[in-house]
Design a protein around this ligand. Sequence first.
Ligand SMILES: Nc1ncnc2c1ncn2[C@@H]1O[C@H](COP(=O)(O)OP(=O)(O)O)[C@@H](O)[C@H]1O
Ligand SMILES: [Mg+2]
Length: 329
Amino acid sequence: MRLLEVNDLTVTLNVGERSATIVDKLSLTLDRGRCLGLVGESGSGKSTAAMAVIGLLGHGNLSARGSVRFQGAELIDAPARTQRGLQGRDIAMIFQDPMSALNPVQRIGDQIVECVRAHETLSKKEAQALALEALKRVGMPDPPAMMRRYPHQLSGGQRQRVMIAMAIVFKPKLLIADEPTTALDLTIQAQILALLKQLSRELDMAVLLITHDLGVISDMADDIVVLYAGRSVESGRTADVLDHPGHPYTRGLLAAHPSIDQATERLNPIAGMPPPLWDRPQGCAFAPRCDHVQPTCTQRVPDPVALGTPGHLAACILAGNTETVAATR
Ligand SMILES: Nc1ncnc2c1ncn2[C@@H]1O[C@H](COP(=O)(O)OP(=O)(O)O)[C@@H](O)[C@H]1O
Ligand SMILES: [Mg+2]
């Protein structure tokens, strides 16, 4: 059985009579202990998809359809208590900005203990023991002293370690990490990513890693889903996708990241902007920015095409046409 299986997940934003599709028929799978990278520019719907998976879309103007199965059990439209039972226990999440998630006037130890006791009836002592264990696991120096500190007395990297400690107290089977290192400088970023890798191995924990940074993906992810304007445009094993990208958007992302695409010396950002949420084009959403656009591209959304290696899909009418691919590299 798959740990996580998402099929045709669609999230719509409803404002009065109008609705916009933020996530459009997203499908992905994730097995125990593996890391799946969800990559795309800002606004592509990554965080919204993650919130739908963990069941935190809230009751506002967002609604989710499709299927999110965790260990075989359907979570979309599941009773709130089923979702709450998983949140923070079997499925945990960390975010970009640990400072805004921490209470500035409460000691670190008390915050972790409170969070632990919100999920399980434990004595303060038992919860403290779990907190210390988690802080040790995430490589915090002198955990007892850390427990007594306030968030502002910690560095950015240490604060993110605290957030990770809170997330892994109950040894979740799935950790959703939403841009976990975007706010950190490069050295600290590398340390946090190494920590996530180590925890994934030690706890046999799957990681859904959300980022706009292909460099992070190529270091971390076994598999990758490339999101553009709410749709998966390419997916597969990370090495297959990065070495043989089938979608012009993926190639554009690679060209904008010279350390991965060694052939490119210069940074070549993709010209233009992603379409605004309320004004998505008909057909392929990338067509207005695509150098290879064909008349049919603007008429209907291209189906995913299977490429050379198993599981590698690209939603482009030119995918698999090796001459075109070669010409654009
Ligand atoms: N609650 C909301 N109300 C209005 N718009 C939203 C809401 N949540 C997300 N959006 C919009 O949906 C799009 C995708 O957002 P998001 O999932 O945060 O993208 P990403 O994480 O890839 O940057 C953006 O245009 C964003 O403004
Ligand atoms: Mg986001």
